[in-house]
Ligand binder design. Structure first.
Ligand SMILES: *Cc1c(COP(=O)(O)O)cnc(C)c1O
Length: 411
């Protein structure tokens, strides 16, 4: 995987200046769907990405998909047979994973603040609960007694390691997620109850990480922590979920992670771990890395205006559909997602124009791209926001200003 230059079509192709997704221009897709804005996800790219992972992960590791990255039902049904399990964050995501054909045994449910009703749904379904606190574990036990049922439980661990050599805070310290590693021995003791079936540990240390060295050290520290935590316990470790964290490039200067190096280090770590824990299934869970680069958000230019020397291109989509691209989903300093004029991707350089692309909402936060140089957008052109397959539609405030929802399609 090479780093894509600014305003390249990334993994997509261009024919006669038009961006092609799944063999069609965005105009053709817009005609078929009968509307803009829309999200389009490319099956082939998702499949290739999963193949790439299979080739670059140790053979025995199980690959799970984190549903919250993109819970679009058709996409889940497509991914389901290609992965070994799904991780969900709510009962509704659980239902989606089941409807997509995922086996109950390979679905786990993480998240702080699971209500009794939600726990009950998960217990009834028979999926694994990733326990986030000692109180939650006590409530699970009580529910098991009330329901006369067993619960499959894993402990979500808030690790104690901090990673050196980068500015990225990944784990350690105070977190609402998981149980601090120093409290885990106590929770393991509380696991010995007839109503509970202990599955294992889930150690999630971060997201959107592009630093290969940090990923390697986090994985190593994860195996080490699991080893220490289980040393004192008589419980059998059936599963060890080592988290995910693989990032994708969004911004100029971002470079893709080096999967070959990760494979080498992970294989060594796994071999040494499974020599002590031969019956433990090791799981990696990824969301963004599987679907993020396979999606495009497409909107149409409605208006173009100049305000005191600055050119605004107003499109029919915006932050209510794609909060992340507007810069309002966790960015500290706003940066542009890669955007293209999908109707004239590589027009003659003389037609390049510096513009800001904004949505229809009456708030200055509704920006899709600020000061970008694009082949001059005309009214009716289609604007594509790339790298939009993860944390897009479902991570956006669609009710804000009550415009229609975007359509999603898998091609
Ligand atoms: C969100 C989440 C993921 C997925 O993270 P990505 O960065 O999309 O790969 C995995 N595991 C847990 C527990 C999560 O909360």
């Amino acid at each position: 995987m090479k780093k894509a230059p600014e305003h390249s079509p990334y993994l997509f192709t261009v024919t006669e200046q038009k961006l092609i997704v799944g063999g069609k221009t965005l105009d053709e897709l817009a005609d078929e769907l009968g509307q803009t804005p829309f999200y389009v996800y490319d099956k082939k790219l998702i499949q290739e990405r999963i193949q790439l992972l299979r080739q670059n992960l140790p053979e025995k590791i199980k690959l799970h998909y984190a549903v919250k990255a993109n819970p679009f039902a058709e996409l889940l049904a497509f991914i389901s047979p290609l992965v070994d399990g799904m991780d969900v964050a709510s009962p509704a995501e659980m239902e989606l994973a089941i409807a997509a054909g995922q086996s109950i045994n390979n679905i786990s449910f993480a998240g702080p603040g699971k209500t009794d009703k939600e726990l009950q749904q998960a217990i009834n379904a028979g999926i694994t609960l990733n326990v986030e606190s000692l109180n939650e574990l006590q409530r699970i036990k009580q529910l098991c007694r009330d329901l006369a049922q067993k619960a499959y439980v894993a402990i979500r661990v808030n690790p104690d390691f901090e990673l050196k050599s980068s500015g990225m805070t990944m784990a350690g310290g105070a977190k609402p997620f998981g149980i601090d590693s120093e409290q885990v021995p106590q929770v393991l003791e509380a696991m010995t109850d007839d109503s509970l079936v202990f599955r294992g540990l889930h150690i999630f240390w971060g997201s959107q990480n592009l630093n290969t060295d940090n990923i390697i050290s986090a994985q190593q520290a994860t195996f080490e922590l699991a080893r220490q935590l289980m040393k004192q316990s008589s419980l059998a470790l059936k599963t060890l979920n080592i988290g995910g964290g693989f990032g994708i490039p969004y911004f100029p200067g971002d470079t893709p992670i080096d999967l070959a190096r990760i494979k080498q280090a992970l294989s060594q770590n796994m071999n040494s771990f499974t020599s002590t824990f031969p019956d433990t299934e090791v799981i990696i869970e990824l969301g963004r890395f599987i679907v993020g680069e396979a999606g495009v958000y497409c909107s149409r230019v409605i208006d173009k205006k100049v305000s005191r020397g600055k050119t605004f291109v107003v499109v029919d989509g915006g932050m209510h559909h794609h909060l992340a691209a507007s810069g309002n989903l966790g960015q500290v300093i706003r940066k542009n997602y890669p955007v293209l004029n999908a109707s004239r991707v590589r027009d003659n350089p003389e037609t390049q124009e510096n513009v800001s692309i904004v949505g229809p909402l009456c708030t200055p936060l509704d920006i899709l791209a600020n000061n970008v140089s694009l082949p001059s957008p005309e009214i009716g052109d289609l604007i594509a926001v790339l790298q939009s397959g993860a944390y897009g539609a479902s991570a956006s405030p669609q009710g804000f200003l009550s415009h229609p929802a975007p359509i999603e399609t898998l091609v």
